[in-house]
Design a protein around this ligand. Structure first.
Ligand code: F6P
Length: 319
């Protein structure tokens, strides 16, 4: 019996540990594991190969995904999905584990509805913005990279009595920025999900500076598109020399944390069990209140992710 894994959409740390557990667990269970290289694009192009233990030795500590990923426009076209299905049939695959985001899961839902295929989606994105799960693979590593970057920035900011604006990724979602601001003790945090009051913040920051504060750190989510505006505000309104650091893709790569590795193994183990046990399977595994669950893709697709209000309150309590 054959089973395949692929990564789709933005890569993240944790994908390689998931790929390693997938191959090992499949072989130990008597399954023939396959890699679909380069995501949905590779599926269309027939870039599918049987995986061995050797393929996954020495990859657990690597960021990114050794099997490659892509965002595919062609997959929206039925003709290419038909080609993709023929490629899978040639090697006898009808079960696919997908490491990706909700866009990839929606594409798989359409695909598996048209043809006799099963899939389980494993939420994998540093944005942590998939409805129904409190955790997506890769977010812990991204948060730790941001933490270490802000720690370094604080050293130089304090030495020079400067302000820094740090821009985090996350598309329209402010999760990375908010958690980083809370855990780094940033003075300011701007995310799309939270109203802000710069007049009030100005008063507070000026008071702190008078009391001896030596630096200011402002974390801005990329979705706000306000990084340069905040640099000007800190220079003009607060009167501090200010620099901006856009962390960018540094947040996406890097050595996966212990938590991301552990979650990768649990996600994969439960997903394989699920896909083997169901006749029809178009599910996504989620993690909520320390429990794993499987939900239908429509549940995820028809709701918008919202940041936990407790996190917003936690930030507000400080400021
Ligand atoms: O979804 C992951 C993510 O890194 C977002 O945070 C970011 O907005 C986007 O992907 C960047 O995409 P690309 O790698 O195509 O520039």
């Amino acid at each position: 019996m054959s089973i395949a894994i692929m990564s789709s959409g933005g890569d993240c740390a944790g994908m390689n540990p998931a790929i390693k557990y997938f191959v090992e667990r499949s072989i130990f269970s008597g399954l023939k594991p396959y890699f679909i290289y380069d995501g949905l694009e590779g599926l269309i192009d027939g870039n599918i190969k049987e995986a061995t233990f050797t393929d996954v030795s020495g990859i657990i500590h690597l960021g990114g995904t050794i099997i490659g990923s892509s965002r595919s426009k062609r997959f929206f076209d039925k003709q290419y999905r038909q080609t993709a299905f023929s490629n899978l049939t040639k090697v006898g695959i009808d079960k696919i584990i997908v490491l990706g985001g909700d866009g990839s899961f929606r594409a798989m839902d359409i695909f598996c509805g048209e043809f006799d295929l099963k899939f389980v989606g494993i939420p994998s994105t540093i944005d942590n913005d998939i409805y129904g799960t409190q955790y997506c693979l890769g977010v812990d590593t991204a948060l730790n990279i941001i933490r270490s970057s802000i720690d370094s920035i604080r050293d130089t900011a304090a030495s020079f009595k400067r302000a820094f604006v740090v821009e985090t990724m996350g598309k329209e979602c402010g999760y990375l920025a908010l958690v980083s601001a809370i855990t780094s003790g940033a003075e300011l945090c701007l995310i799309p999900e939270m109203p802000y009051d710069l007049k009030h913040q100005k008063k507070q920051i000026l008071t702190e500076l008078q009391k001896g504060r030596r630096y200011v750190i402002c974390v801005v989510a990329e979705g706000m598109d306000m990084t340069q505006q905040m640099v000007r505000w800190l220079e003009d309104e607060i009167g501090m020399e200010t620099r901006a650091t856009v962390l960018g893709h540094i947040q996406r790569g890097g050595n996966p944390t212990v938590f991301d590795r552990l979650m990768a193994s649990q996600f994969v183990e439960k997903s394989i069990d699920r896909i083997l046990s169901k006749e029809i399977c178009k599910d996504v595994i989620v993690y909520k209140d320390s429990e794993f669950e499987f939900v239908d893709i429509n549940y995820i697709a028809s709701n918008k992710y919202q940041i936990d209000d407790d996190l917003i309150q936690m930030y507000k309590k400080d400021y």
